[in-house]
Design a protein around this ligand. Sequence first.
Ligand code: ACO
Length: 332
Amino acid sequence: MSRFQTKILGTGHYVPPRIMTNEEISKLVDTSHQWIVERTGIHERRIADPKVDIPSTMAEKAARKALEAANLQPNDIDLILFSTTFPDMFFPNTATQLQLKLGITNGCGCLDMNAACTGWVYAFTIADAMIRSGMYKKIMVVGSEMTSGFNNWKDRNTCILFGDGCGVTILGQVPAGDSSGVLAQVLGADATKGEHLMLRGGGAAIPINETNVGTDVQCVVMDGKEVFKSAVKTMAHHCEQLLSDAKINMDQVDWFIPHQANLRIIEAVANRFNFPLEKAVVNVNKFANTSSATVPIAIDEAIRDGRIKRGQTLMLAAFGAGLTSGGILLKY
Ligand code: ACO
């Protein structure tokens, strides 16, 4: 039994101002607003202007809001865990770029993490373990994603799904027995299904060269049906495990905050538990799938508009390329 627990001290999010509607996408590929809304629930998404916003700059804006909410200064942060699938650059890592932009001078550790759309849940879980062990007191957990950098604007199967944005959560150490804390967590991956969702080029396996530049090796490729099936099955399974580990039932969960990939996936998981959709935090309609930023953006929105209150029980669940997956049950 640890002497410490983890509390969410503050949250923030940022999305780029440029809105891209379904109508606009229907001018690029053979699709329609109606098809996209019926199959995904997405109405619009935000797209970053790379001259203004890249993962670290979006993170700076979200992090400043989270610091203000937590009533902390940048130098109070002991560690930055930065989840992104599309970093500013290969190295230095994007966490260090955030340290620089926030003006942190305490030399705090900086680590990038990539578990695709599940990345922020992985980072949160690792941060929680570090806080409970007594290793760190305040950890900034970031999910910042510029999916427009790998989106294929010629592929209607994928380009309708993604958007850009960032969510930041600051986790802090509180004594065991505090009303806030993590009740249960689960992480997973099924690499045998990895081929269903990939961005193959740009690394050591397929470097970008003059013969493949501009081809789909630089873009996301996906078998949507397979990802859909796995997402519903895995997230439902994780939710069951979280409830069982924490010895509570779904009626005791105040808010379900799932990865925002597709409204039908969220509905299918909620239906498995007869969980009312009104108690799920949903923003896929306006931001689409911002990969590992969806859950922290959704949490921040619901805290700021007063839906999520201190003492409530939150169930978080995510899945992504890998196929990775994870869930967290916590008292806010
Ligand atoms: N507009 C119009 N028609 C389309 C479009 C489009 N944008 N996209 C596909 N279609 C067509 C297909 O070509 C197909 O036509 P056909 O029957 O003539 O072959 C038809 O619509 C049906 O296609 P399906 O793939 O069966 O459509 P489905 O109902 O499965 O919806 C979707 C597709 C929205 C992609 C869905 O499968 C999905 O959301 N899957 C999960 C994807 C996901 O969440 N990915 C992100 C993972 S997270 C991460 O780590 C990045």
